[in-house]
Design a protein around this ligand. Structure first.
Ligand SMILES: Cc1cc2nc3c(=O)[nH]c(=O)nc-3n(C[C@H](O)[C@H](O)[C@H](O)COP(=O)(O)OP(=O)(O)OC[C@H]3O[C@@H](n4cnc5c(N)ncnc54)[C@H](O)[C@@H]3O)c2cc1C
Length: 347
């Protein structure tokens, strides 16, 4: 264990104060370390790729356990990855080995083990649809077992694992398509870029290349030289407005933006999902807000990413998040929820 390690070094937002750090490079050491800390009643913060964490400048009063396992095994129709394996390297390895299935989730930063935590999704695909099973350490009983996806309570950017200390993911297993074709394309922009109709498949390698190209254009692939990617990805989830409130929100949009404007929405069970990025921009927060000298700004490529321009603190990121959230609530009567896990601070 190392004392007073700045957690900013472990997160893609590059903010976060100090903590004691235990780095675990094998599943055995990970299990032993977390079991021992839990038994001693010492608070544990699991950190893998650090790409979905906003940690306070005061740090974490406990032990940050870095999940640094790396193993990946590709079988006849599935891939099993240890929790700390880099997710995009897992996707790349399956595509290079001639398998399809995971290609739409190319370029997402972080670890394989964190993908079920918030039911990672992009370009019309979510982890919940591809996951075969998850090996968990039950932190109350100390028991290790494989769990089925149905047990994980998956929803939009959430599962029973998010905001919970009940279990740690040790390994994940994903089903693969042996013919090398992609999962059916479910996202219009991606299908159009590939000259396909929604619902069709294309070779997984082609789809992966196109997803990486589209993501890079939005600053959604990590690049240490590009501050637009010093982020936690999308900072807010797309709000789902219950049917009973949809007219009220549409009326607020009509008042502030215009009655004839085309509002991007998706029908979902019990309500309508609005685009958080669209609402943020129409509430007056343009790309790059609040301007070139600010330490924390919206990405210059995408209004949904809050970014560190180099010298931002967690307090700066949180203040910007509050300002955006309050602006959207005031104008459109929509409450935005943060997507990253906050540690030691609230919005
Ligand atoms: C540029 C950029 C683009 C992104 N694009 C997307 C996107 O398209 N879609 C999307 O869904 N997300 C996206 N994200 C968010 C993020 O990459 C994912 O949520 C990713 O899965 C987080 O993985 P991580 O290993 O970095 O998790 P961390 O940030 O290390 O941890 C996140 C949370 O999961 C917990 N956790 C981590 N590992 C485990 C484990 N093994 N067991 C139990 N709990 C664990 C942590 O304690 C923490 O609460 C993006 C982020 C960035 C920076």
């Amino acid at each position: 264990m190392r004392d007073a390690v700045p957690l900013a070094e472990l997160t893609t937002l590059r903010v976060g104060g100090p903590a004691v750090l235990a780095e675990c490079t094998s599943t055995e050491s990970l299990v032993a370390t977390v079991r021992a800390l839990d038994a001693a009643g010492i608070p544990v913060l699991l950190v893998a790729g650090g790409s979905n964490l906003l940690i306070a400048d005061s740090g974490f009063a406990g032990v940050a356990v870095r999940i640094a396992t790396t193993g990946v095994r590709i079988g006849a129709d599935s891939v099993v990855a240890e929790a700390g394996a880099n997710w995009d390297a897992v996707v790349a390895a399956t595509v290079e080995a001639g398998f399809g299935g995971l290609e739409c989730l190319s370029g997402i930063p972080g670890s394989a083990g964190a993908t079920p935590v918030q039911n990672v999704g992009a370009y019309g695909v979510e982890v919940a649809a591809l996951l075969r099973r998850v090996r968990l350490l039950d932190r109350a009983s100390g028991e290790i077992r494989w769990a089925e996806p149905a047990e994980l309570g998956f929803g939009y950017r959430t599962s029973v694992l998010k905001h919970s200390d009940a279990a740690m993911v040790l390994e994940v297993e994903f089903a693969l398509r042996a013919d090398g074709s992609s999962a059916p394309l479910g996202y219009r922009e991606l299908a159009a870029a590939l000259g396909a109709d929604e619902g069709e498949s294309r070779p997984a390698a082609l789809v992966r290349a196109e997803v990486l190209r589209l993501r890079a254009g939005k600053g959604m692939v990590l690049d240490s030289g590009d501050h637009d990617t010093w982020s936690a990805g999308s900072f807010f989830t797309n709000p789902v407005i219950p049917d009973s409130r949809v007219d009220e929100v549409r009326a607020a949009i009509a008042t502030h933006v215009g009655a004839d404007v085309a509002v991007p929405t998706w029908a979902v069970a019990g309500g309508v999902k609005f685009s958080a990025g669209w609402l943020i921009e129409r509430a007056g927060f343009a790309k790059g807000f609040p301007g070139a000298d600010a330490p924390a700004r919206l990405s210059t490529k995408h209004t949904l990413a809050l970014t560190n321009r180099g010298a931002a603190t967690a307090a700066d990121i949180a203040a910007l998040a509050r300002e955006v959230r309050e602006g959207v609530a005031e104008r459109f009567r929509v409450h935005l929820e943060p997507e990253p896990v906050t540690v030691g601070l609230t919005l």
